[in-house]
Structures are given as C-alpha cells and as structure tokens.
Design a protein. Structure first.
Length: 197
C-alpha cells in the first residue's frame, strides 16, 4: 500500500496551506522559496488538485476515480467532487472530533474502532450517506487515547450537517454537505479544468 511520508509542514508551505485545515496547531516560520514567482495556468490547476489530495490524504488513482464518479453525478462536477471527498469515513471521523488529524482518523478506522450503523467498518474511503450513525466501539470508548483526543478536539467546530454527542463518541449525519458547508480552501473549478483537458 502506498503511503504519503512527506513532512506535513513542508508540504503545507509548498501548497500555501494553513496547517490548521489538517488539524495541526503547528506553524512554520520558514518562507517558501518559490513565493513571488509567476505560476502558469496549468501550475495553478495542478496546485489546487495537489492541495485537495493532500488535505484529504487521497492518492492520484483514487482521486481520479472520485473525479470520474463526480462527473457522472447530477450537478456541478467540482462540487460533487468536494462532497464525495468530504463524505469519506476517515474525514467524517476527523470532523466529528474523534481524531486530531485526518491521518489519525484514517488509523482509527483502520484499527477497526469505528462502527457505521452498528457494523464495524475499517475502510477509510467508505462513503457515508445521510442518516448514517457513526460511533466508536464500546471497547475503544474507554481507552485513554480517546479521552485525550476528546479534550484536544473539544473546541473544534462541528459542521452543521452532522449531529455529534462528544461524550458518548457518537454522531449522526443529518444530510450530505453542500459546497458552501465545506470550509476547505480549494478552488474545485481549477481541478475540473485540469481533468477536462
């Protein structure tokens, strides 16, 4: 299995991203050497795609598959793509505050600590639907690790399209998000332009 081992702050600096979007509270003081240089249109499109891939922790092939699926759905391809990425199980676990970062959320799912509608799911890319109930296993709820995570993520805002009970590590998806509800700094129209060439 391919794993992205790029240092997070270094990648954030290269893409012009705030580490806070990934759940990291660190800051990088270094400046990006390429800042100020003019970027071509293709360069801008590529950077937006790399940004989306990096934020959600998706590699190239699955990302292309998400785009194909989004393109076949009704509505705007770019918005559909963002909704598909946002409804991945690892992202939902991160958004509900059961993990500090999306990488950690992916690990939580992989370790079979997450139940979807009462069934154990260990696939980070599993797509959640409206009405799904996501919770941690009973055995995981008592772990010290999750108590610490709950303290750290307590101040994080839970999106309006989900209902979360942080004390019992349980949440419900009220509806799938619209593009306006997704606070990720990605211009999906540039990704659409890149793939439609």
């Amino acid at each position: 299995m391919a794993v992205n081992r790029v240092p997070v702050l270094k990648r954030c600096r290269a893409l012009g991203l705030e580490p806070a979007f990934l759940g990291y509270d660190k800051k990088s003081n270094r400046k990006n050497a390429r800042e100020g240089k003019k970027i071509s249109e293709y360069g801008l499109q590529l950077r937006e795609k790399q940004k989306a891939k990096f934020i959600y922790g998706v590699l190239e092939k699955p990302f292309r598959n998400y785009y194909k699926k989004a393109d076949q759905m009704k509505g705007m391809s770019g918005e559909n793509l963002m909704v598909l990425l946002e409804s991945r199980l690892d992202n939902i676990v991160f958004r509900m505050g059961f993990a500090r970062t999306r990488r950690e959320a992916r690990q939580v799912v992989g370790h079979k600590h997450v139940l979807v509608n009462g069934k154990c799911v260990n696939i980070p890319s599993y797509l959640i639907k409206a009405g799904d109930v996501i919770e941690l296993k009973e055995s995981a709820k008592s772990m010290q690790r999750y108590k610490e995570i709950a303290e750290i993520t307590a101040g994080r805002l839970v999106p309006e399209w989900m209902d979360v009970d942080a004390d019992s590590f349980k949440g419900t998806i009220k509806q799938l998000p619209t593009r306006e509800m997704i606070d990720v700094p990605v211009d999906e129209m540039l990704i659409v332009e890149l793939y439609s060439k």
